[in-house]
Design a protein around this ligand. Structure first.
Ligand SMILES: [Zn+2]
Length: 48
């Protein structure tokens, strides 16, 4: 399981809660991917 090297929050926890522990959490590959997906999804649903 991936863990942030700075705040030791696990990638799983971040995906579950939607909250990152610190800015370095975004550098975890799993989190990065999820964030990119989220942004892509928002772009498609821009009508709201
Ligand atoms: Zn972190």
């Amino acid at each position: 399981m991936e863990r942030c090297s700075k705040c030791s929050t696990s990638a799983e926890e971040i995906l579950e809660t939607g909250f990152v522990g610190c800015e370095k959490c975004y550098e975890l590959p799993t989190v990065k991917q999820a964030v990119e997906k989220m942004f892509n999804g928002k772009k498609h649903k821009a009508s709201k």
